[in-house]
Design a protein around this ligand. Structure first.
Ligand SMILES: NC(=O)c1ccc[n+]([C@@H]2O[C@H](COP(=O)([O-])OP(=O)(O)OC[C@H]3O[C@@H](n4cnc5c(N)ncnc54)[C@H](O)[C@@H]3O)[C@@H](O)[C@H]2O)c1
Ligand SMILES: O=c1ccn([C@@H]2O[C@H](COP(=O)(O)OP(=O)(O)O[C@H]3OC[C@](O)(CO)[C@H]3O)[C@@H](O)[C@H]2O)c(=O)[nH]1
Length: 389
């Protein structure tokens, strides 16, 4: 961006360049947010993470366009005394750090709870004590299951939005029993939301809470055996991409009946930038960020990805592209699922005027084009020389 352009917020007020501490900057969302901020704003980023692979293109000295506006700090927030100093140096802290892959929730519940609750505590505390603004990333999973999921399958009430639409200020949070450890993540996220809300109410913390609804796009997670562990289980986009790249069947957990709404990462990042630059409109709010128009069952997602990938790669799809697996077999004991996730958009529309733009077909097309370009050759090599991987 041209240094001389005066950037204004939604109310036409000029914006001063901010220093932003981004915790978890090296992850999927963090990498896109860093890119957006560096390309389109004058703000500075203190990028904190234990990994930097996904933002190395932004850190290389050749990227002179934004040299000096991003600084990487390899820090684990679990145990590092530098955290408070970095929060003090910044105008705003954005906390993205988390264990947030469902395969971990029931198999590593302690790590999941520590990561999503205990490790976030000092971040909230230091922001509150030092009068610093916080944007905290929660999740759509705090809603858990819909009210409608408890109705008989053929009940007409299931079609009524009152029984499924997820509203920030209205919907209850409905989790399964304690032995369903799937909900360890959602419960930890809910408690940190409540703590942040209470810090706002009792101590005046300026906060915004983001509830992402299945943001997807390039750089999400990893492809097992290529840039992540061979036995690792990433989120569904990467699981299905991995199967397509390897010409294997896509696994549908419990029949692939669960429903999700997917939003393109680049649309969603626009919403976060509006929150960053419009504190008067964003502070004290919890925002659903998703695309209610992009709802599919997981089975439909698999079918769409199969069709899009055949187009992108030029290779015909398998005759039987999917296979059913039980959740116990795929995720192990203690897995459970959200049945349906449609975000109500009233609050984000009213406060920030944000709407998602990209259709599911278009976002899958650009994402699978990226997956094919990035991984197809590496997968071919691994398949032809399995022992050298
Ligand atoms: N992607 C989505 O659709 C989605 C949906 C719901 C919620 N979220 C939330 O958004 C946030 C970011 O998600 P993402 O998809 O980018 O995940 P991600 O795993 O790609 O990114 C998280 C980053 O945090 C870092 N991190 C974790 N623990 C850390 C620690 N102790 N110290 C320093 N860094 C640490 C990781 O190394 C990683 O780079 C998470 O809080 C997640 O719960 C994301
Ligand atoms: O190979 C697979 C992998 C997954 N599924 C099913 O797809 C559904 C979605 O799974 P996934 O994207 O991995 O995760 P969730 O949507 O359940 O949870 C995420 O939502 C937001 C977030 O908080 C962070 O991203 C995270 O918790 C699900 O039904 C799987 O069972 C499949 O069939 N095959």
């Amino acid at each position: 961006m041209a240094a001389s352009t005066v950037r204004t917020n939604l109310d036409g007020k000029p914006l001063n360049p901010l220093t932003i501490l981004m915790i978890g900057a090296g992850g999927f969302i963090g990498s896109h947010l860093c890119e957006k901020i560096l390309q389109e704003t004058p703000h500075k980023i203190l990028a904190l993470d234990v990994y930097s692979d996904k933002i190395k293109h932004l850190l290389e000295p050749e990227s002179l366009e934004w040299a000096g506006r991003i600084q990487f700090h390899r820090i684990n927030i679990k145990h590092d005394s530098r955290l408070e100093g970095l929060i003090k140096m910044s105008d705003l802290t954005i906390n993205l750090a988390a264990i947030c892959t469902p395969a971990d929730y029931n198999t590593r519940p302690l790590d999941t709870i520590y990561s999503n609750f205990i490790d976030a505590l000092p971040v909230v505390k230091y922001c509150s004590e030092n009068g610093k603004r916080l944007i905290h990333f929660s999740t759509c999973e705090v809603y858990g299951k819909t009210i409608g999921s408890f109705l008989p399958k053929d009940s007409p009430l299931r079609q009524d939005p009152a029984y499924y639409l997820l509203k920030e200020d209205d919907s209850p949070c409905i989790f399964g029993s304690i032995e369903k450890q799937r909900w360890s993540y959602a419960c930890a996220k809910q408690l940190i939301e409540r703590l942040i809300y209470a810090e706002g109410a009792e101590n005046g913390l300026e906060f915004t809470i983001v509830r992402p609804f299945n943001w997807i796009g390039p750089r999400m997670d990893f492809i097992p055996g290529i840039d992540g562990p061979s036995e690792g289980v990433p989120r569904v986009l990467a699981c299905f991409s991995n199967a397509l790249l390897r010409r294997e069947q896509l696994k549908l957990v419990d029949g692939g009946e669960s429903q999700r709404t997917f939003v393109y990462i680049k649309d969603a990042i626009e919403a976060v930038l509006l929150m960053i630059e419009n504190p008067d409109r964003a502070n004290g709010h919890i925002f659903n960020v998703g695309n209610p128009n992009n709802e599919v069952t997981v089975r439909q997602l698999a079918e769409m990805m199969t069709a899009v990938y055949a187009n992108v790669s030029g290779e015909p799809a398998l005759e039987e592209p999917t296979v059913d697996v039980s959740s116990k077999e795929f995720y192990g004991e203690g897995y459970d699922d959200s049945d349906k996730r449609i975000p109500d958009m009233t609050i984000i529309n009213k406060q920030l005027g944000w709407n998602p733009k990209t259709s599911l077909w278009d976002l899958l097309d650009s994402t699978l084009t990226y997956q094919h370009k990035t991984y197809a050759e590496a997968i071919k090599k691994v398949i032809s020389h399995p022992t050298t991987s």
